[in-house]
Design a protein around this ligand. Structure first.
Ligand SMILES: [Zn+2]
Length: 103
């Protein structure tokens, strides 16, 4: 409910709070900084793709970098709800690797 009341000193202190974009993980449903998540994007007719650069066009969804959240998202059909499609077995493996390969 707070109005934008603290814009006064912006640029002066150098300590202005930077805007960290948050996204929700499909697995645990927690909001996390975009940079900490992996992005899945829907391309074409319902195919899903791992978006390593997080810059691809298309409808995207996010996951924590761990296989537990991936498994949870699949189990809860979160992909279907968020992107209208579910990952294939191949895609699942790709995402699993993507989540684990990154520190
Ligand atoms: Zn998660």
């Amino acid at each position: 409910m707070a109005k934008l009341a603290k814009e006064r000193n912006e640029g002066m202190s150098g300590a202005k709070s930077r805007h960290v974009p948050l996204r929700m993980c499909l697995g645990c449903r927690e909001m996390k900084p975009k940079a900490d998540l992996i992005r899945v994007v829907r391309i074409g007719e319902g195919a899903l793709e791992y978006d390593a650069t997080a810059k691809k066009n298309g409808r995207g969804a996010y996951l924590c970098r761990n296989s537990a959240c991936l498994a949870k998202a699949v189990k809860n059909r979160s992909f279907l709800k968020a992107l209208g499609s579910e990952p294939t077995a191949d895609m699942f493996e790709t995402l699993k690797k993507a989540g684990m390969n990154v520190e």
